[in-house]
Design a protein around this ligand. Structure first.
Ligand SMILES: *[C@@H]1O[C@H](CO)[C@@H](O)[C@H](O)[C@H]1NC(C)=O
Ligand SMILES: *[C@@H]1O[C@H](CO)[C@@H](O)[C@H](O)[C@H]1NC(C)=O
Length: 414
């Protein structure tokens, strides 16, 4: 009996060995091995040759919307579980319906497509899953520190449209459970990731909704590391009272501004810095359109959370080559790189590093510099920054990383 069991076990381990080692697997599975109870279906980009090195590079991500991290496979599975009638049975059609894989005319159009995904948010289980997978996917992409942001009232509206009345507190519990589950899985697999949570207010929802969001944040301030305002931009100054209240409570603020090519959007950058207490700007890509605003961002050393591929897809810039990130970097701006809505665009942060390397010839020193700045301006607790800096992002860590990877020849082209 015992020996039969033993040989079965041996056979099983051999099989696992064959499956794990001999069959080529996507980059991310190599990192996580098979302890992780959940695998992600990474975008095809991640199987692109040369991507592994960008995954291996430790990264900080400051600007990532939880609502933009839903895996396409999860959308389909959850739709099935909730018996939701989708507009098509054809996968290619559904990808077009739910994802923004090509440039669209405007941010409004982009948001309209991404919002379609929220139809699957019909119970807490889906929210827990979304948050858990968001953390696992960032961890598998080599991200060591991520600030995830979400809109409590946005998820509440999503559930309301499926006729389920829930409180913001219940939604928030589900988000936190998912994040904790994801972080524990990553920790257990020896690839810890630090996750901070930002509370997002959505401009298009109006004053009362923004006010409710701010109130919710203030009542649960221990759970959040900061406040964010997002959505198709309006005049931000109209919300000054709310920003004042959040700021007076000692909560850090980042604001989406300069994501559109309009004068109002560019003026929003100035107002966010001068009047609305923003210590960081989400995007700020169009600061380049106004010399005065450009100078203000530079002189105040306000950090810009740049999301170049997202900016192309939303038509904030013409194409990746005309994105000002290189100019900002050369001009000593305080900047970092984020993915914004990675799964909704079917990209990863590492994929974007590869694109930036190929477009602007960014190399290790550039990426380390931007990640160091990202960590310095991160809203995560101060006492965590030093150990994270020493382990992954300091000059010393950069040297260790370069030495290790030069030996393997992997970075010859970088
Ligand atoms: C925002 O909330 C505060 C506190 O609950 C309240 O005093 C204020 O009138 C509200 N403002 C708006 C515009 O709803
Ligand atoms: C960005 O800001 C952080 C925090 O103030 C600072 O440590 C860092 O040196 C700045 N980087 C640049 C390029 O200004």
């Amino acid at each position: 009996m015992h020996s039969v069991f033993a040989s079965l076990l041996l056979f099983a381990s051999l099989l696992v060995f064959v499956l794990e080692v001999l069959i080529p697997v996507p980059v991310a599975s190599i990192i996580i091995r098979n302890k992780m109870s959940e695998r992600i279906s990474l975008p095809n980009y991640n199987q692109e040759s040369g991507l592994a090195k960008w995954v291996a590079l430790p990264k900080v991500e400051l600007h990532c919307h939880l609502e933009g991290t839903l895996r396409f496979s999860t959308i389909l599975q959850e739709a099935k579980r909730h018996k939701i009638q989708l507009p098509s049975n054809d996968e290619a059609e559904l990808r077009k319906y739910f994802l923004v894989e090509e440039k669209v005319d405007s941010l409004a159009k982009f948001l309209q497509i991404v919002d379609r995904q929220l139809i699957i948010v019909q119970d807490f289980q889906t929210i827990v899953r979304m948050a858990r997978e968001a953390v696992i996917d960032r961890c598998m992409d080599g991200i060591k520190v991520v600030e995830l942001r979400y809109s409590p009232t946005g998820l509440q509206s999503a559930m309301k449209s499926s006729k389920i009345a829930v409180t913001l507190a219940e939604i928030h519990d589900a988000v936190q459970s998912g994040i904790n589950e994801g972080a524990k899985l990553c920790q257990a697999d020896g690839v810890p990731i630090y996750v901070g949570l930002l509370c997002t207010g959505i401009l298009a929802k109006g004053q009362t909704d923004m006010n409710n969001t701010a109130e919710f944040l203030l009542a649960n301030r221990g759970d959040f590391i900061g406040f964010d305002v997002a959505g198709a931009e309006e005049k931000l100054l109209d919300y000054k009272d709310i920003f004042d209240r959040v700021h007076e409570a000692g909560i850090k603020i980042t604001i989406h501004a300069g994501e559109l090519r309009t004068p109002q959007s560019v003026a929003n950058i100035r107002d966010a810095i001068k009047s609305l207490h923003a210590s960081r700007i989400g995007h700020g890509v169009n600061a380049i359109r106004d010399p005065e605003v450009y100078q203000l961002v530079k002189d105040s050393s306000t950090h810009l959370e740049l999301c170049p591929i997202s900016n192309v897809r939303t038509n904030a810039v013409d194409d990746i080559k005309t994105h000002p990130i290189k100019k900002y970097l050369d001009d000593s701006f305080n900047i970092s790189i984020s993915s914004d809505d990675p799964a909704a665009m079917d990209i990863t942060l590492s994929y974007q590093y590869g694109v930036l390397h190929r477009t602007f010839n960014f190399g290790l020193p550039d990426f380390f510099r931007m990640n160091r700045d990202a960590l310095s301006v991160s809203f995560i607790p101060m006492h965590l920054k030093k150990p994270l800096l020493e382990q992954y992002f300091s000059i010393e860590a950069e040297r260790r990383f370069s030495a290790k990877h030069e030996e393997s020849g992997q970075w010859a082209a970088a």
